[in-house]
Design a protein around this ligand. Structure first.
Ligand code: GLN
Length: 507
């Protein structure tokens, strides 16, 4: 199913040819139909009301201080964004998402719909405030269609760790959509919405994008506000965007980017202009192929898709260079030590007192904590809290957490060295396998963790990366990952667009 693009929808609505609520109403019908029945996708955990859309389209960006004008921050003393030019005021930037239905991952706070993180702990929880990304997309005219299914608190790679049941892959309903943002990826792949928000701590936007055959972007750490994104591993978490096409994901990313005084890790930089240069291609660019991401054990069909992608980039004027990122093999263990350590601390707030469920039988304070946490958390979350607490405990802190921090610095240095050597972008597979059958890895945490071998490095290094569909392997969608230096989203997406265009022209 193809859905009208973000650009088209917003233009029709802005120019008055389409009533503002029409695209979202149509999307609501598609969402209900797709999610219905035992073989339904189950992409959404909640939808906007049955009688239409409760939100109204704003008049304009309004006086909301969290929704900055596009352009440079006056007197910030900062250099302009690399690769971006200020957008003229009054351009379509104002209502770039007019009437566009957007699916939002259920770990991003909305005031109208519940925010559950797909956890029993937060079943029925309503946030008293909205995430900055949600306020920004609404201010641009976007409509939150519903909240999407995910692995509980973002922990997983298949959306099977949702307390409310898994999501199915729209390309093959017996298979997983990937995760943890599987509901958002499925909603876009099924043509319910043209774009969606997810979060990417170790690959949770890019990997499901690859498995569902859509575009998924993880921005530079600090590019997008985390205010109102429920914390999993704060030094790695970043809100990312999905699109049916590169332009859809880019428009949504533009709308939500930029400094937020409410998030101290958000960079004091304006939102980048991702559209002006989107068709600028890759002529003259040096694209590195890291040998650690193309092991001999790589599935030969995936290998073939990567070689074709490389040839397409060369045909568009880029050159390829084999490079090495020697610390890549430590990335998965490093990620799992750090992510679980941060999670064990972030999830301490779920104590049965402040948020979500409270075990009714508990009497003493300690009992409230224990019984509520036992009842509220699923097995994967418990595993992560135990691992993380162990890695931070007095006798083991240096051996695990401290060492992982040092290896993280080496992984980031690998990338910096490659950029310093004149490489502009890197090309790798997004996932070592296509979508796997539901249940296949559910009881094997290590094989699930290995789904992230190619994606966790971008989070550890804080750099932006995109997954773009590059055909099929074993009859299922295959994604190529492009990575860029920090703040270089514009050239990154231009390269992704080059691949997309080249594949479409060939089809
Ligand atoms: N699959 C990874 C994990 O389980 C990444 C999750 C994510 O990016 N939220 O931790």
């Amino acid at each position: 199913m193809t859905v009208p693009s973000v650009l088209e929808t917003a233009r029709e609505v802005r120019e008055g040819r389409l009533p503002p609520h029409a695209p979202a109403r149509a999307a609501l019908v598609r969402a209900r139909t797709s999610d219905d029945g035992p073989m339904g996708l189950h992409a959404f955990l909640s939808l906007t009301g049955p009688d239409g859309i409760p939100q109204s389209l704003p008049e304009g960006p309004g006086p909301d201080p969290l929704v900055p004008d596009s352009g440079f921050i006056p007197d910030s003393g900062l250099a302009p964004d690399p690769g971006s030019t200020p957008r003229p005021r009054g351009s379509h930037g104002h209502l770039s998402l007019a009437g566009v239905p957007v699916a939002v991952k259920d770990n991003i706070c909305t005031a109208d719909l519940p925010t559950t993180c797909a956890s029993s702990f937060l079943e029925g929880y309503h946030s008293p405030y909205e995430a900055t990304v949600v306020r920004r997309l609404r201010a641009r005219g976007g409509v939150v269609l519903g909240k999407t299914n995910m692995d509980e608190f973002g922990m997983g790679s298949s959306t099977e760790h949702s307390a409310f049941g898994p999501t199915r892959n729209p390309r093959d309903r017996s298979r997983v959509p990937g995760g943890s943002s599987g509901g958002s990826a499925a909603a876009v792949a099924a043509g319910i919405v043209p774009c969606a928000l997810g979060s990417d701590t170790g690959g949770s936007v890019r990997q499901p994008a690859a498995l569902c055959g859509v575009v998924g972007v993880k921005p530079t750490y600090g590019r997008v506000s985390r205010y109102g994104l429920v914390a999993f591993a704060s030094s790695l978490d970043q809100v990312g965007t999905f699109g049916a096409e590169v332009a859809d994901a880019a428009l949504l990313l533009e709308a939500i980017s930029g400094h937020d005084p409410r998030d101290s890790t958000s960079a004091p930089l304006p939102a980048p202009d991702l559209m002006t240069g989107l068709e600028s291609g890759v002529r003259g660019k040096v694209i590195g192929i890291p040998r650690e991401y193309m092991p001999d054990s790589l599935d030969p069909e995936i290998q073939a898709r990567m070689e074709e992608a490389g040839e397409r980039l060369v045909a568009a004027g880029a050159s390829l260079r084999e490079v090495s990122l020697p610390h890549t093999r430590y990335a998965v263990p490093t990620y799992y030590v750090l992510a679980t350590a941060e999670a064990s601390s972030n999830l301490a707030r779920y104590d049965g007192v402040r948020y979500g469920v409270r075990a009714p039988e508990a009497r003493a304070t300690r009992e409230v904590y224990d019984a509520s946490r036992t009842r509220g958390f699923g097995p994967e979350v418990v595993r992560r809290i135990i691992l993380g607490t162990f890695g931070l405990s007095a006798g083991y802190h240096d051996q695990y957490y401290g060492r992982a921090q040092r290896v993280r610095a080496l992984i980031a240095r690998d990338f910096r060295r490659v950029w310093a050597d004149g490489v502009d972008l890197l090309l790798t597979p997004t996932s070592p396998t296509p979508a796997f059958p539901l249940g296949e890895r559910a009881d094997d945490p290590v094989s699930m963790y290995l789904s992230d071998v190619f994606t966790v490095t971008a989070n550890l290094a804080g750099i932006p990366a995109v997954s773009v569909p590059v055909g099929v392997t074993h009859g299922l969608p295959c994604g190529a990952q492009l990575l860029a230096p920090a703040w270089h989203e514009a050239p990154l997406l231009a390269a992704a667009r080059t691949l997309e265009r080249s594949l479409r022209e060939a089809a």
